[in-house]
Design a protein around this ligand. Structure first.
Ligand SMILES: Cc1ncc(COP(=O)(O)O)c(C=O)c1O
Length: 412
């Protein structure tokens, strides 16, 4: 009788499809795995590497999901989403941005991530270029590579507030450009974009009618100090024929595990995106959709308290990091990340003799010596930076900042 291990040993080398080799898993997962391994050794690691609210899903949302299950809403759901949720998404969009949206313009997806996948797989074939303003969430590059497209990063440095400049956009567009991805408030920089800055991008886009835009607004409600969320269609409704707006409940309502997002777009795009989704997963969890419907239509007051907590954490972390030698941190207006430059630490050596050549080195040394998990800027296509998630209780964040300060001060 062969052992279970032997039974699973391949007797030949499998040649996986090329898309597997060219698709790297997000480095955010790798860093979290290393932190888990250190914790398993009994070390007190503070992990600030995941983009996930630390708050619970609101109880009324959980109750709505329970009630839906008890009512028997446990059958295959409609492909595009349950009608009341599509209505709620369209109405919310219309109310917030003053742009007409109908339920049939909405596709409910398995998290925002599947919305991105659906749109990219609908549009992008081999060699098609996708413009991604950097720094950017790693999921975009991953999806574009999977589809066989070419990610074209446009650097948007800290000195420009991490915001895409119209001249840089114009320079990046070629005849092969199929899609531009916008993400404000941004992961990883937390940057927001003003209405005039978006209007300037729209002016460029009007000259290139072959370019589609995916506006990833997943952090739209996490805004500080009176900052407002502006979305491309709000300032340029004339581009509606080639703009997809994406959002979901993961970040706003602390519902990352429920896997509910949506995209709103023109009929031809929603149709194509539905084909992708039908092929991969069919409709989205019926229970999750009932929960998302409750989230959108239920009381919203709790949100202000949570946003205030994120804002307080941002203030504390930005102030603490800017006192650390070698770090320089901007003040983001949204989301729950900061993205300081570590340029001043490059070339320095840890007390253990490790030289910091890059933000990868910095993040790994900080994790192993300082027991704080962050993500290197290279994972977001901008170095030398690190991303710190502030979705952690304030006392732990303060302790993490102390550890970061000690780590940087000890560099020689
Ligand atoms: C910018 C951005 N877009 C989309 C997503 C995906 O969200 P979801 O968890 O709803 O799939 C994330 C998640 O981290 C994100 O940061």
């Amino acid at each position: 009788m062969p052992s279970a291990r032997a039974a699973h040993k391949p007797d030949h080398m499998t040649e996986f499809a090329a898309r597997i080799a060219r698709t790297e898993l997000a480095a955010t997962f790798a860093m979290a795995a290393r932190a888990r391994a250190l914790r398993a050794e009994g070390k007190d690691v503070i992990s600030l590497s995941l983009g996930e609210p630390d708050f619970p899903t609101p109880p009324y949302v959980v109750e709505a999901a329970h009630a839906a299950a008890q009512r028997g809403e446990t059958k295959y759901p409609p492909l595009g989403g349950i009608e009341p949720l599509r209505v709620a998404v369209a109405e919310t969009f219309q109310r917030t941005h003053g742009i007409a949206a109908r339920p049939q313009d909405v596709l409910v997806t398995n998290g925002g991530k599947q919305g991105i996948f659906n749109v990219v797989m609908s549009l992008i074939g081999k060699g098609d270029e996708v413009i991604i303003p950097a720094p950017a969430w790693a999921g975009y590059e991953q999806t574009v590579n999977f589809a066989g497209g070419v990610p074209v990063f446009v650097p948007c440095p800290q000195a420009q507030g991490f915001v895409l400049q119209p001249e840089a956009l114009a320079r990046a567009i070629t005849g092969r450009t199929k899609l531009l991805i916008l993400n404000y408030p941004s992961n990883p920089s937390g940057a927001t974009i003003s209405a005039p800055a978006l209007a300037a991008l729209a002016d460029v886009l009007r000259q290139y009618p072959h370019v589609w835009v995916l506006s990833d607004d997943i952090y739209e409600h996490l805004l500080f100090g009176g900052a407002k969320h502006h979305t491309l269609l709000g300032v340029a409704p004339d581009l509606a024929g080639r703009v997809v707006t994406l959002s979901g409940v993961s970040k706003t309502y602390a519902m990352t595990g429920w896997r509910i997002g949506w995209c709103i777009g023109p009929a031809e795009m929603i149709k194509a995106a539905t084909v992708v989704q039908a092929t991969a997963t069919s409709g989205v969890s019926s229970i999750g959709q009932a929960a998302a419907l409750a989230a959108l239509t239920g009381p919203q007051e709790f949100l202000a308290d949570r946003v205030a907590a994120y804002e307080q954490r941002r203030d504390v972390v930005v102030a603490a990091l800017n006192r650390v030698p070698g770090l320089s941190c901007h003040q983001p207006d949204g989301a729950f990340y900061v993205f300081p430059s570590i340029a001043g630490c490059l070339g320095k050596t840890t007390p253990g003799g490790r030289v910091i050549h890059s933000d990868n080195d910095f993040a790994m040394a900080l994790l192993e010596d300082g027991l704080v998990g962050v993500v290197q800027g290279s994972a977001f296509a901008m170095s030398p930076h690190i991303r710190i998630s502030t979705a952690t209780a304030l006392p732990r964040l303060e302790e993490a900042c102390r550890r970061i300060a000690n780590f940087c001060t000890a560099l020689g």
